[in-house]
Design a protein around this ligand. Sequence first.
Ligand SMILES: NC(=O)c1ccc[n+]([C@@H]2O[C@H](COP(=O)([O-])OP(=O)(O)OC[C@H]3O[C@@H](n4cnc5c(N)ncnc54)[C@H](OP(=O)(O)O)[C@@H]3O)[C@@H](O)[C@H]2O)c1
Length: 394
Amino acid sequence: MAKALIIGAGGVSNVVAHKCCQASEVFSEICIASRNMNKCEHIKNQIPDTSTQISVAQVNADDPSHVIDLITRFQPNVVINVALPYQDLPIMDACLETGVDYLDTANYEPRDTPKFEYKWQWVYHEKFKQKGIMALLGCGFDPGVTNVFCAYANKYEFDEIHTIDIIDANAGDHGYHFATNFNTEINLREITAKGRYFDNGIWHEVDALSVHKPFDFPVIGPREIYLIYHEELESLAKHLKGIKTLRFWMTFSEKYLTHLKVLENVGMTSIVPVDFQGQKIVPLHFLQALLPDPASLGARTKGKTCIGCVIQGIQNGKPKQYYIYNICDHEACYAEVKSQAISYTTGVPAMIGAMLMLQGVWKRPGVFNVEELEPKVFMDKLNIYGLPWQSMIL
Ligand SMILES: NC(=O)c1ccc[n+]([C@@H]2O[C@H](COP(=O)([O-])OP(=O)(O)OC[C@H]3O[C@@H](n4cnc5c(N)ncnc54)[C@H](OP(=O)(O)O)[C@@H]3O)[C@@H](O)[C@H]2O)c1
């Protein structure tokens, strides 16, 4: 029986909180904490009664001392960080100070440079190890489940892996002209950045969204996929020995890309502050204020997501191409936890990662990416907690 502190009260937090309460035998108490208490209360009020006790708290997680105060009062066994990547380091500092395990779903990036890298968090490895606590990084779907899929294929499906293409399709429709499915600022920083991929030991850079091709998805059908840089490429390049090529692809509709192009062209996706009527504003923050809150999209989103990995390599001396994926339905997610599938596919793995740490199954002192741990136990829990996976030989 354990206590989890969930920091952040957005779409992903809502799913983590629901899912922890569905597993009361592990999570006896949760505390949902964010800057805005109303959002924490809103999540608490939506969760059906189970034996998990729920409390809420206010915290500014940019300041480690606020998080230390809250940890000292609530005494959690694990902190699940589903606020924003900017809070990763202050929350890790607070965990180090108080000796509590840590988990997140997105790696740190500085506010003024849209460049996420694991180096800022990997450097904590020795300190976490000495303290005897664990940090599990990137335990959402991508990163997260995609890393687990790669670790599983590496251990059980291949003798050698040469190429991995991670392919993320969201064929959901929310009916708005333009909206993002998770935090707008983080999402648009990611998509407007240059594309990067790993090939024969070298990182290559291409113009944003300039490389694309069709892909025929199960259930969803054919869609255009665009090469973008994603954080799991960095950790997989480090941890999968012998890997030659790693790429990440995502679907975008024509309508989405047209809106994005116009917004970029007029400077609305910029993070450089501009003077507006005597004050400095960041155009991307203003755009975020205009766009729908991603946590509010659940009630109106229809359609499915399909996220998985196409993996090529050798098994028993023969070439093999293997596809492992999950299909998730937006409306089914909303019916279960009042969130769309992007929040759902992120929140379920975060809960499972925390559960495996609390149960001691994935517990190791230090800082780890998901692919460094035994994948099968996690894959079994995906089937139990709402994200069943399928695989096929191509
Ligand atoms: N790995 C994956 O597959 C994956 C997929 C999607 C998203 N993600 C990640 O999941 C995280 C959450 O996404 P989301 O869509 O739930 O975002 P969201 O709806 O925008 O929610 C973010 C929450 O963080 C809170 N927050 C921001 N700054 C804070 C601070 N200084 N102190 C305390 N709380 C703070 C916000 O607080 P307020 O209450 O003040 O508004 C808000 O409640 C993001 O880091 C995102 O990158 C990962």
